[in-house]
Design a protein around this ligand. Structure first.
Ligand SMILES: [Ca+2]
Length: 348
């Protein structure tokens, strides 16, 4: 309408037929450009989800949270795209020997030169990426946020990040946990609740844990397995090998531990969900919290992304201080990320 209103008085004063034709042609070209631009424009991000991002990662809403959860743990193909596009260099290529990946063999956990690309067992592109630190996971989320924003596929004020410990609890069904308590305070408190329900031992197809299949030639003699349970995967399993939970999320129990945003105790970050290496009943509880240093890389640790509002809104003065504290800590970690530790170190 605006175009028509502007051109009509202009055309009325021109008597030259060539000028008129040129203007009509210009108008048609302009309209064609508008149509072409509309076709290329990214689809509006539906805040209610589901959403599939530029890497093909699918996100669904989880009632009780303000975020959309990735239905799969981050897969090898996702992390490979990150490394290829960003030039991110894995820690094993840097000087910090403590952060080289730990992988299990018959003689237990050792640093054997493995990495997310070759964790010591076969992984396809749709297996969960493992051997990644909390810093690696955070760097992936930062890169993905920038990538999706640049492509117009992320609303203003939204970001990709790790789930908080509380969001992860809601997603696994522990909706009654108190979001104001720390992960350490809630560790193992709710008993007899597992990602599959209340049964023990786990029913067939409950997830990829250390069933009898895990006790192969490379399994340490001192480790036990889940007697009477066999899920068919001695190490990791491709995403989608087991039934999704009530929200459509795969592997919320088993396969690979998943990093969360939260510090569990000073110096360590929380991971949830257990892994292919877990057989102890307490580890399989939905409320169990595992924690290691944020720089640690293990062959059974991975992560899952969420997408949502960048930071929680402070509801009270005490929350404001908590938020400030969190932001300060984030800046410290950001500094580490871009200095000697696991950051965007470019190869060239
Ligand atoms: Ca297994």
């Amino acid at each position: 309408m605006r175009i028509g209103l502007r051109l009509r008085p202009f055309e009325s004063v021109s008597g030259n037929p060539f000028v008129r034709r040129a203007r009509v042609l210009l108008l048609l070209l302009t309209l064609a450009g508008i149509v072409a631009h509309s076709a290329d424009a990214p689809k509006a991000f539906d805040l209610a989800g589901p959403h599939t991002n530029g890497l093909g990662m699918r996100f669904v809403p989880v009632p009780g949270t303000e975020v959309l959860f990735s239905v799969y743990a981050t897969q090898v193909r996702d992390f490979r795209a990150f490394v290829r596009e960003s030039g991110y260099v894995h820690m094993r290529e840097t000087a910090d020997s403590l952060s080289r990946m730990w992988s299990q063999d018959r003689d237990g956990y050792k640093q054997r030169g493995h990495s997310w690309e070759n964790p010591g067992f076969k992984q396809t592109e749709v297996h969960p990426v493992v051997g990644v630190s909390w810093y690696d996971a955070k760097a992936f989320c930062e890169w993905l946020t920038a990538r999706e924003r640049a492509a117009g596929r992320l609303p203003a004020g939204w970001e990709y990040r790790l789930p908080t410990d509380h969001e992860w609890s809601v997603a696994v069904g522990l909706v009654e946990e108190d979001g104001k308590q720390t992960s350490a305070e809630k560790d193992g408190v709710i008993k007899d609740r597992y990602p599959w329900g209340a049964e023990w031992p786990p029913p067939a197809g409950a997830g990829n844990y250390a069933g009898e299949e895990a006790g192969d030639g490379a399994w340490p003699a001192e480790l036990t397995t889940l007697k009477g349970y066999n899920d068919g995967y001695a190490r990791t399993a491709p995403g989608g090998s087991f039934k999704p939970n009530q929200h459509g999320l795969y592997d919320m129990g088993g396969n690979a531990w998943q990093w969360c945003e939260d510090e569990h105790r000073p110096g360590v970050r929380v991971l949830r969900g257990a892994s292919w290496r877990s057989d102890l009943r307490v580890y399989l509880l939905s409320s169990f919290r595992y924690s290691v240093r944020p720089a640690d890389r293990y062959d059974n640790n991975g992560f899952r992304c969420v997408v949502g509002p960048s930071s929680p809104r402070p509801k009270s003065l005490s929350n404001f201080f908590r938020l400030r504290g969190r932001l300060v800590r984030r800046q410290v970690f950001h500094g580490l990320l871009h200095s000697q530790d696991a950051g965007f170190l470019h190869r060239s």
